[in-house]
Design a protein. Sequence first.
Length: 94
Amino acid sequence: MIMNIAKNTNLQMIGIDYKDTRENGAKYLEIMGNPFDEIIFDPTGKIGMDLGVYATPETFLVNEEGVILYKHIGEIDQNVWDEKFAIHLKSVES
């Protein structure tokens, strides 16, 4: 779903390589595909802690001012995207 979102929206996608090595993160993206415009390396989990991450995957919708509009824990499917994320995008576009 993240690949689909990256292809079909103009959102900037930022991934966090969370508590991993650069090599393992790069290998994962090579195998699975890379939907991200930018990847931040967070080997100790500090950024994750600052964001309040306690389970992965977690996805944040952040506006241009850096305000978190929505945080989702778990997998994103079409229903989650339509019901939880897209509603926030409509309010930003208005």
